[in-house]
Design a protein around this ligand. Structure first.
Ligand code: AHG
Ligand code: MN
Ligand code: MN
Ligand code: MN
Length: 336
């Protein structure tokens, strides 16, 4: 075995996080431990996804409708509960907010010094779950500010996404990939199932300045603002563009992070704020893309500057290579 391979297999996620800090401060150890718990959640979800089709009640709908007004998949609930379970005995996180829970979940008995809050989308791209296509989990770590005695997490509604301590996602694809940043570059890890460890794959990922991919659901074309329709017409008229859209934000984002391009989920006439949720979808990905040298905006302002007015606030999303995002924004500004 060559030295490099051994050293690489030992560059696990928890070690990599510790290396991001100048010294082994309590915060460094907290964040490293939190990332390890998130990795455990990813392994539990990846395991369930890989055998869901063989199990009696892993796929399909629960029959419930969540706070988003969406029909809930059994996998949404399983994954939601996985994140709660891995943080319950951890002594790390005292509040969890999830796409699938109307209110926050409090773990008061172990609200630690760091008083971290986990914001997450347990399964992103649920519509892909029953057809074995890629889905993801998205996470964001925030500090709890103040005492939140009334359980309304007002502190989450007073700042924007630049306050995130860590953000990332797990992509359940042919391999299970974890991508994260704590504000010091974007790094990817691949799960080695034979070790049960996420092994470092790529450090300091930079998104290309522009790319060929544009990713959006053109089925909504007539619901979009005129400026977005003009952008699409421009793309249709020009060489060098290719459409890629999987129905799962994490997979579409990961392609753009690595190869460049732009993902757009605009507002519509019926829903001017769009579909995607700020705290556990657009803000964590906005954090990552800025760390990777790209850009994310609502069309009017940077995603990371948006301050939510409620826990499940939504924003339009234009995210990816800086030049491609700026081109979309230029169509919006032209008609503003
Ligand atoms: P979720 O499954 O967590 O509700 O998220 C689904 C989101 C996002 O993953 C995807 O890009 C988008 O919804 C797809 O929406 P459309 O089906 O309207 O294109
Ligand atoms: Mn959903
Ligand atoms: Mn989602
Ligand atoms: Mn979801």
């Amino acid at each position: 075995i060559n030295e490099h391979a051994l050293d690489r297999d030992c560059t696990t996620l928890s070690r990599h996080v510790l290396q991001q800090f100048p010294s082994f401060t309590p915060e460094a150890q907290d964040i490293s431990a939190i990332m390890s718990r998130l990795a455990l959640a990813g392994k539990l979800i990846a395991r369930r996804l890989s055998r869901a089709g063989l199990m009696d009640n892993a796929l399909g709908f629960t029959g419930e409708v969540n706070v988003q007004g969406e029909s809930v998949k059994k996998m949404d609930i399983y994954a939601n509960d996985v994140f709660i379970s891995v943080f319950k005995q951890s002594g790390l996180v005292c509040r969890l907010a999830s796409e699938e829970m109307e209110k926050l979940y409090y773990i008061p008995e172990n609200c630690p010094i760091g008083r971290y809050t986990l914001l997450y989308d347990p399964i992103d791209g649920s519509s892909n779950v029953d057809i074995n296509l890629n889905v993801g989990s998205i996470f964001s770590i925030r500090q709890q500010v103040g005492n939140d005695l009334d359980g309304t997490a007002q502190d989450l509604l007073q700042t924007g996404g630049r306050e995130q301590i860590a953000a990332g996602y797990i992509l359940y694809g042919p391999s299970t990939v974890l991508v994260y940043s704590i504000g010091n570059g974007v790094h990817s890890f691949i799960l080695d199932p034979s070790l049960g460890e996420f092994i470092l794959a790529e450090e300091n990922i930079k998104v290309p300045n522009r790319g060929a991919v544009y990713s959006m659901n053109e089925g909504n074309f007539w619901q979009w603002d005129r400026s977005i329709r003009d952008y699409i017409r421009y793309v249709h008229r020009h060489e060098g563009y290719t459409a890629r859209y999987s129905g799962a934000l994490v997979g579409d984002f990961h392609r753009i992070l690595l190869q460049g391009g732009v993902f757009i989920y605009p507002g519509t006439l019926k829903k001017p704020e769009g579909k995607l949720r700020l705290l556990y979808e657009t803000a964590p990905l906005g954090f990552l893309i800025e760390q990777a040298g790209g850009w994310a905006s609502t069309g009017e302002q940077a995603i990371l500057d948006v301050i939510p007015d409620k826990l499940h606030a939504r924003t339009p999303l234009i995210i990816g290579s800086t030049e491609d995002v700026k081109l979309v924004e230029s169509f919006i500004q032209e008609l503003a």
